[in-house]
Design a protein around this ligand. Structure first.
Ligand code: ADP
Ligand code: MG
Length: 262
């Protein structure tokens, strides 16, 4: 049985006044693979306050992506509850989930998932295509988001004309264009060299300082040190949940790393 994390039990019990941004209670996820049941999450309870910056660590297969997909309303728990801003999302319909996803959540993945024949600006606009915003409004928000990730001068470039780090920055801009309150990143630096990874962490730290809640999966302990809190998964459980004592400051670390010409 999962033993609930002591740090989260208290906040779950006293959740009367202001609800945390994320409240996960006894979440289980079982995938049915033919005859076999795969227990990806075996009773996970955790709460995350708005403004936090959480790194999720753990071996391959420990349930990190499953957890992220649930946080991101891409998938529902088999059992347990997930409350996002106090709303029990496990009860919502597909359509309602899609709306929450669009309004509140930005995603970044290891593979940047950009459309190849589409410029940085158009890629950034993609997630807004279904919003009611005018073409002009979408463009100006996309430009704003590209500026936030330092790519204002690359908006007409195609992915093939951008480095890996720049492509990932476009993916971050796309995730930001809807002005989400929660940014979920599943191994965003998995395909990047170490300096480029720290450059991305500088962006995540800056966004977090400006109020965005960030939850980021990484298997690199160095990367987790840029977060405020580290949660370690093992076999579908939370094994550890700790404050990062003195997080690394990416902008400072960058000064110590040799620059790569692009
Ligand atoms: P991690 O991201 O930590 O590597 P995952 O959450 O992807 O772990 O996977 C947790 C477990 O669930 C693994 O055993 C994996 O094989 C299994 N799993 C993940 N997604 C599926 C799926 N769609 N169908 C069946 N099993 C899955
Ligand atoms: Mg994964």
């Amino acid at each position: 049985m999962a033993i609930s994390n002591p740090a989260t039990v208290g906040s779950a019990a006293e959740s009367s006044s202001t609800a945390p941004l994320i409240e996960v209670r006894g979440v289980r996820k079982i995938y049915q693979l033919g005859e076999t049941e795969v227990h990806a999450l075996r009773g996970v309870s955790v709460s995350i306050e708005a403004g936090d910056f959480v790194a999720i660590m753990g071996a391959s297969g420990s349930g990190k992506s499953t957890f992220m997909n649930i946080l991101g309303c891409l998938d529902k728990p088999t059992a347990g509850q997930y409350l996002l801003e106090g709303i029990d999302v496990s009860r919502l319909t597909k359509k309602e989930l899609a709306r929450i996803r669009n309004q509140k959540i930005g995603f970044v993945f290891q593979s940047f998932n950009l459309l190849g024949r589409t410029t940085a600006l158009e890629n950034t606009e993609l997630r807004m295509l279904y919003s009611r915003e005018s073409k002009k409004g979408r463009e100006s928000r996309a430009r704003e988001a590209l500026a936030l990730v330092g790519l204002a001068d690359r908006e007409d470039h195609f992915p093939s004309q951008l480095s890996g780090g720049q492509q990932q920055r476009v993916a971050i801009a796309r995730a930001l264009a809807n002005r989400p309150s929660l940014l979920l990143a599943d191994e965003p630096t998995g395909n990047l060299d170490s300096r480029t990874s720290v450059e991305l962490m500088e962006i995540f730290q800056r966004l977090n300082t400006n109020g965005l809640t960030v939850v980021l999966v990484t298997h690199e302990p160095d990367i987790a040190q840029f977060a405020k809190r580290e949660i370690v998964f093992r076999d579908g459980h939370i094994k550890r949940d700790d404050i990062v004592r003195s997080p690394q400051v990416a902008s400072e670390v960058l000064k110590t790393l040799p620059k790569i010409e692009d």
